[in-house]
Design a protein around this ligand. Structure first.
Ligand code: BGC
Length: 729
């Protein structure tokens, strides 16, 4: 009786609240979002407003017996929850509490980390960057959005567009590598993929650009540390991907954990308010990272949680993730005149706008669909497989690949039969049982034509060599050895920094043991960061970097080995020769003595540079041609290059276009990526790749205050080892 009567009572109450107005404006979908927000705000008490600014967590425990308890613990008027479950019933029950048991019935916004898939886990972002295929990345984000929304998640904390140049930092796995432009393009593709053209549709989620800003600069690759970033570097490198995502309409932004030059990102009004909101005009809201408001105390920027709440809010953080500081202290802060109701209104308006845009007022509940219609559909798996194919990078090949005429393949190594670790970190609701192991991919690819002989050899780490002798025996009875090495999923991601980029000694020793067998050795690597491969590389006839490919990794990997798939991934992050070379990235500023100052004990070059990646096709580049040599700031001009596939295999080639400004008043990096394009070049055919240069966009740079500068003089436009000069009048 109680359950039925209560909603009735609430409805009667609401209608009577509306009085003469009939249906309140905020309940009328035909009204504009701004009108609805304004109307709703007028009706809200201060306490109701403050609740909207908080985010709690729900769903860690999905035991049905505890559902009631979890719901009891969350106030009905809460703004948002991080929803750790994919249980639609729990979600709807909590939503019912908000919609039917609170005075105004404001729906809860359900957010979660849908980072590289919801249940159909696809390659990690670092791998996605190596695909150089933003359209495909966007397609996968749309797949993730659909799975998430149909399972009750309205908002994802993705993409992460923190330019990262220190592979010791575990979170390099979550971004698109070392280049600002690549992060910007992939970030924008993700935002569009998640949000689509109309958030109101039932298969879209709101995106969140994170972690704003400079988090990728964590000292020594240690997570959560303070960052010291010159304002020039900030404007050159860390801000551009965020600006691009804001321009693309990203609904929300997450503030970062790091201290920036003395003011933590979560209390930094210069970046949060002056730049993001005032200069770039972001109308969405900023959510703090997990406990980041309260952590201002640990960072030495606030005396206590109350001051932390005040600092974060006045700097421009609208929603407080998890630590409850806003809810606990806003009434006092208001009474003391430290925060104003007007500022609270502005913050609440930003959150409500998103709820209206998502259609949550009209459709607060999630339909309970059978799994087969919701997740892991054949189309979703196929898309994940295509992205895995395009993101794998063939690092080395002395001609052994693609394999031909092999009858016996030794499949060795701790990654060979793994499923779980192929999913990587932030695997959302991904499950090991959904994933295809490398071994299974090989069975599917070579079944019938070759026999597989398996031995684990060793674990990912430790000192147990007892599996070496079986591994040796298996290798000796085979034509070729496929050694599957790499990192456990937990070795990258958040709070997963490592002091060395080399794989643990036991994996190296196994490789050495197998190399002594005298059989061709192919090393397959699955990991979440660039590795130090200098001791492994000389042992290998071929090396394939497959990253953490998600649910469909086995088949793309096996397809590359067999030649069914022509590898087309190119690195978006440099592989050093040794950990001591880190940070190493292609776009550093010129040295005063380019020929000196190098490490004495290793070659100065990286082991594998940015953009490296082999193909089974052989591409021959023509000469660069420019429409003009003398250029003016107001005129576009096009630069072209032909690429001929002189092999008999069709292949995808990515052309990276770099610009250098050899001399200007604020020195520029030796070269900067400004454009890229990936295209199929059929065997024996030539494709012409072009880059139309907009001087104000591609030749200009910003100063330390973000003001654009375009200086007359010489510019170099480069592709691979080709370059030409243009002169700006
Ligand atoms: C991470 C964020 C993540 C948040 C919510 C934090 O620890 O830094 O990237 O979105 O947790 O799970």
């Amino acid at each position: 009786m109680k359950r039925i009567l209560l909603p009735l009572f609430v409805t009667v109450l609401c209608v009577s609240c509306a009085g003469d107005e009939g249906i309140p404006v905020y309940r009328q979908p035909e009204r504009s979002v701004d009108e609805r927000v304004e109307d709703l705000l007028r009706r809200m008490t201060f306490e109701e407003k403050v609740l909207q600014l908080n985010q709690y967590i729900v769903g860690l425990n999905t035991n049905v017996n505890n559902i009631g308890k979890q719901i009891e613990e969350v106030p009905g008027g809460i703004g948002s929850v991080i929803y750790f479950s994919d249980n639609v019933t729990l979600r709807n029950e909590l939503q019912r509490k908000a919609v039917e048991q609170t005075r105004l019935g404001i729906p809860v916004l359900f957010g979660f980390d849908v980072i590289h898939g919801f249940r159909t886990i696809y390659p990690i972002p670092l791998a996605q960057g190596c695909s150089w295929n933003p359209a495909l990345v966007g397609e996968l984000c749309a797949v993730a959005a659909r799975e998430a929304r149909l399972s009750g998640t309205d908002w994802t904390f993705s993409p992460m567009i923190d330019v990262s140049r220190d592979a010791r930092w575990g979170r390099v796995a979550e971004c698109y590598g070392e280049d600002p432009y690549c992060n910007a393009v992939m970030g924008v593709a993700s935002v569009r993929g998640y949000q689509g053209d109309d958030l109101y549709l039932t298969d879209r989620v709101a995106a969140c650009a994170k972690h704003y800003v400079g988090y990728g600069m964590s000292q020594g690759g240690r997570d959560y540390t303070a960052t010291d970033i010159s304002m020039q570097l900030m404007w050159d490198t860390y801000l551009p991907p965020y600006k691009a995502c804001v321009e693309a309409g990203v609904e929300t932004v997450m503030s970062a954990f790091n201290d920036i030059n003395g003011v933590p990102a979560t209390a930094n009004s210069y970046f949060l308010t002056e730049i993001l909101k005032q200069r770039w005009g972001h109308r969405g809201f900023v959510v703090s990272d997990w406990n980041a408001v309260e952590q201002l105390v640990a960072q030495g920027h606030a005396r206590d949680r109350k001051e932390a709440a005040w600092r974060a809010f006045t700097a421009g953080v609208e929603m407080d993730m998890k630590d409850d500081c806003y809810r606990s202290f806003f009434p006092e802060l208001l009474a003391e005149g430290k925060i104003s109701e007007k500022a609270v209104d502005d913050a609440v308006a930003r959150i409500l706008r998103l709820k209206f845009r998502l259609g949550l007022f009209e459709r607060p509940y999630t339909d309970s669909l059978p799994e087969t219609e919701r997740i892991l559909t054949p189309e979703a798996r196929q898309a994940a497989e295509r992205l895995a194919e395009e993101s794998m990078v063939l690092l080395k090949n002395n001609g052994i690949l693609p394999l031909s005429g092999v009858r016996d393949i030794a499949v060795i190594g701790p990654m060979a039969r793994e499923r779980y670790h192929l999913l990587g970190s932030w695997r959302c609701h991904g499950r090991a049982e959904d994933a295809q192991s490398l071994y299974e991919g090989l069975q599917q690819e070579f079944g019938g034509s070759a026999s597989l002989h398996y031995a684990a050899g060793c674990d990912f780490d430790g000192a147990d060599r007892s599996g070496f002798s079986l591994a040796r025996r298996v290798a000796l009875q085979s034509d070729v050895v496929l050694l599957c090495l790499g990192e456990r999923a937990e070795w990258s991601g958040e709070n997963a920094s490592r002091s060395t980029l080399a794989l643990p000694a036991i994996q190296q020793e196994l490789a050495e043991e197998l190399a002594r067998c005298g059989k061709p050795l192919i090393v397959v690597l699955s990991n979440g960061r660039p590795l130090d491969l200098s001791r492994l590389e000389p042992l290998a006839d071929a090396m394939l970097e497959i990253w953490q490919p998600g649910v469909s990794g086995g088949s793309p990997m096996a397809g590359i080995l067999s030649g069914r798939v022509n590898p087309s991934g190119r690195l978006c992050m440099t592989f050093p020769r040794s950990t001591g070379q880190v940070p190493i990235f292609y776009n550093s500023r010129p040295s005063a003595r380019p020929d000196q100052g190098h490490y004495q004990d290793i070659d100065e070059s990286p082991l594998y540079e940015f953009g490296h990646g082999l193909s089974y096709s052989h591409f021959v580049y023509g000469e660069l041609e420019s429409e003009a040599e003398e250029i003016t700031s107001d005129k576009l001009f096009t630069v072209k290059i032909s690429v001929t596939n002189v092999s008999d295999v069709d292949g995808y080639e990515t052309v990276h276009w770099f610009v250098s400004d050899p001399c200007c008043s604020i020195t520029r990096p030796v070269k900067e990526l400004k454009h890229f394009e990936k295209r199929l070049v059929r065997a024996g055919e030539t494709e012409t790749f072009a880059f139309t240069i907009v001087p104000a966009r591609d030749l200009a740079y910003v100063d330390a205050a973000g003001n654009p500068l375009l200086e007359a003089g010489e510019f170099r436009i480069g592709v691979k080892d080709r370059s030409l000069c243009v002169h700006l009048k």
